[in-house]
Ligand binder design. Sequence first.
Ligand code: TYD
Length: 131
Amino acid sequence: MKIIKIKLPKIKDRRGNLSVIEKDVIPFVSKRVYYLYDVPSGAKRGGHAHKNLQQFVVALSGSFDVILDNGKTRERVTLNRPDEGLLIENGTWREMENFSSGGICLVLASAEYDEWDYIRDYDDFLKFKTQ
Ligand code: TYD
């Protein structure tokens, strides 16, 4: 499956680095931002797909793995830098694990929170992909 990692601008100076996620860098307008933090070692997040939502995920600090599954193939992507993000298109099953200590996962989402957009059962996801 296609893994879409997007490099973000990194503006370096003696005071530190600055990265920016600006309109046109990701293919949707962000309507919501949330972040995962204090994730205990061994915890797994995600375990669902979205019917319509698109997301852009950045490891702001530390690292974690994202497992992407399009119903046919499954790939593991490690995110470990704050100047790069992973685009998760709608209709993609995702799991997140192997959070490092202090790992922070920033998520930009194309829509507001809507539980009806979630597919939380893997068999339902496979049915959704073949309909
Ligand atoms: P969930 O999306 O299942 O978390 P993850 O995929 O990261 O493991 O969300 C966990 C809980 O938080 C769930 O009860 C819904 C709630 N939630 C909100 O209220 N608003 C949000 O924007 C998000 C992402 C989750």
